[in-house]
Write a protein that binds this ligand. Structure first.
Ligand code: C2O
Length: 619
């Protein structure tokens, strides 16, 4: 594989180089376009050099609380978001000839008001939602992430297979350590040539993405079954939003008194902070898609939220669902699409009704929350217009009733367009997930458990490095539940949910088959399993007090997280790992600066055990 950027001695802050390059070439840092491949690679490489000793001292100083006044104070400028940026450029060349796409990202703290309430938030390149990554299958992606914040971060590429590049998966405590403040990390990997569709990227360190570090990934391919069946592409990013930094909410959530201050009266363990609002393309109001009449639009729906399942619809327009999590589907017509955290759907919308403005609806499914927010406006509206000048729509909602549970689109409607039957399984992995009271903290803190383990990020000793150093290992910290397979194994992951809420679970680095799901506990030999072209995806919702059976092959070497994507729940411990082919993990050429960045986390000054305090702003 291509050489990775290596740490260079004595260099101070390569962000200066980035700015210098940007200025000298007349490109602003807010530019979302990928940089074209540099002709002089030596010159470009300079951009990857990470800070050495000087930055290390700065970080230690920060860790000791001496960092104030070092220029890390967040800007009170606002971020940028324009409605037109969610319409994809139709001139993007879809080809099967791979190229390399370069992006320069700066993550920083700014003030913003997506729903009208100003608060500090975290953004990439001053954009919210963050920059679009648009590639073809097989392209090499290079994203140089410079962390200008006062806390560590990582960027995860949700749904990317990362075959052979698990160390680019961007998962704190599993595949890397947080990128320290003032330093950078260059993510470089090849988009799997067999992958296409709608994906996203987000920070993967505690609940940090809740504060704004997320954005879309679109992978085109002439091989995609639905390629050529639509005229234009548009993004519809749904997210829930809070008025407080996630650190404060998480602190309260994990405290012995719980988010409602009463330890849920003992009745509601795991009750999450309910959001303050919902956003469509980064706005609570004023989000608009200005379309052309008589075209077929592929709306790429992505739920980048932390807790909320949305019901998506467009008044008076039937939606044809054609993709779920990167898998093309046999088209199925619906009025509304339920989309849980981290899931994606593509729907085809035909702009063939009367010219005018129509409501786009993203209704927040409060039935999924354990704790309601009486002030929440659940119906988030945007405007779709074609054939006329936009006005405030007076169109009406579909009249079909909303589901009373938050479940995925029925699996009979998620039929892969390219049929694939799973091979026979060779291993059953039984997992139960629950919330339980613990007494570790001297009180009765409620944590999430996978079997008997409540996960905590090993932020200075990620499991990938534990394997890279020792090869196959079977002993882990008590906070790590790791299923190790050094042979290619076909795993049936059977999970029972002992919590009353449903949970969207994601498996990194794989597409799994969904063999079964239902109420109650899984009954071997009784619960029905579907083995003929079952749904395939990377994120599915396990019903409250229900079960799921998913099947996948451990042929992708690395450490892969399987976790609830509700930010609060992952931070409370609902995460386990699959260690696949660890002998191969040992052969990875992991960039040496990753080890260096890990060593900088030592002493607990940046991050300690279940230490969510580090998420706060450095002001
Ligand atoms: Cu969207 Cu663990 O990731």
């Amino acid at each position: 594989m291509a050489p990775l950027p290596t740490s260079k001695e004595g260099s101070s802050n390569d962000h200066t180089d980035v700015e210098t390059k940007a200025e000298s070439e007349g490109v602003t840092l807010n530019d979302t376009r990928p940089q074209t491949a540099p002709t002089n690679s030596r010159r470009y490489r300079k951009l990857y050099i990470i800070g050495g000793a000087v930055a290390a001292i700065a970080v230690v100083a920060l860790g000791l609380g001496l960092g104030l006044g070092l220029g890390l104070k967040h800007k009170s400028t606002n971020y940028v978001t324009t409605n037109s940026s969610f319409l994809l450029d139709p001139s993007f060349e879809v080809t099967s000839t791979p190229t390399t796409r370069y992006y320069e990202w700066v993550v920083e703290e700014v003030n913003g008001s997506p729903d009208g309430f100003e608060r500090p938030m975290l953004v990439v390149n001053n954009q919210f939602p963050g920059p679009l990554v648009e590639v073809n299958s097989g392209d090499e992606l290079v994203v140089n992430v410079f962390n200008k914040m006062s806390n560590g971060t990582t960027i995860h590429w949700h749904g990317q297979l990362q075959n052979g590049t698990n160390f680019m998966d961007g998962t704190n405590g599993i595949t890397q350590c947080p990128i320290p403040p003032g330093m950078n990390f260059t993510y470089r990997f090849t988009i799997n040539p067999s992958q296409y569709g709608t994906f996203w990227w987000h920070a993967h360190a505690s609940t940090q993405y809740t504060d704004g570090i997320y954005g879309p990934i679109v992978i085109h391919s002439p091989d995609e079954p639905i390629y050529g069946t639509y005229d234009r592409d548009a993004l519809v990013i749904l997210s829930d939003w809070y008025h407080d930094m996630s650190v404060g909410l998480l602190t309260q959530y994990l405290s012995t008194s719980g988010i409602d201050g009463s330890n849920y009266g003992g009745f509601n363990p795991g009750a999450e902070p309910p959001p303050d609002s919902g956003l469509i393309n980064g706005k609570m109001t004023g989000s608009a898609l200005d379309l052309e009449p008589n075209l077929r639009y592929r709306l790429r729906l992505i739920n980048m939220g932390t807790l909320t399942q949305f019901m998506f619809s467009v008044d008076e327009h039937v939606l044809s669902v054609v993709e779920a999590d990167g898998i093309s589907l046999e088209p199925v017509n619906v009025h509304r699409v339920p989309i849980h955290v981290a899931q994606r759907y593509s729907v085809i919308l035909n702009t063939n009704q009367t010219a005018g403005s129509y409501n786009i609806r993203a209704e927040m499914q409060e039935v999924c929350y354990k704790l309601a927010n009486p002030n929440l406006n659940k119906m988030v509206l945007g405007t779709m217009t074609y054939g006329t000048t936009p006005t405030t729509p007076n169109t009406v909602d579909w009249s079909d009733s909303l589901p009373q549970e938050c479940l995925d689109l029925n699996s009979t409607m998620v039929v892969p367009a390219i049929p694939m039957n799973p091979p026979n399984s060779t291993q059953d992995v039984l997992v139960s997930m629950s919330f339980q009271q613990t007494f570790d903290s001297g009180g009765n803190q409620v944590l999430g458990f996978m079997n008997n383990t409540s996960w905590d990020a090993e932020s200075s000793n990620p499991t990938i490095l534990q394997f890279a150093r020792t090869g196959v290992q079977t002993v882990f910290d008590s906070s790590q539940l790791v299923v190790v397979n050094d042979n290619i194994t076909v795993v049936d992951l059977i999970m029972n949910n002992y919590d009353d809420s449903s949970h969207p679970f994601h498996l990194h680095g794989h597409v799994f088959w969904i063999l079964g799901e239902g109420d109650g506990s899984y009954q071997p030999g009784i619960s029905p399993l579907s083995l003929i072209n079952p749904p395939r995806r990377d994120t599915l919702t396990i019903p409250g007090y229900g079960y799921i059976v998913i099947r996948f092959i451990t042929d992708n070497p690395g450490l892969w997280a399987f976790h609830c994507h509700i930010g609060w729940h992952m931070a409370a411990g609902l995460l386990m790992q699959f260690a696949s082919l660890p002998s191969k993990v040992q052969e990875f050429v992991i960039p040496s600066y990753m080890e260096q960045q890990c060593s900088m986390q030592s002493g607990g000054s940046l991050i300690g055990k279940r230490d969510y305090r580090w998420l706060g702003l450095g002001m």
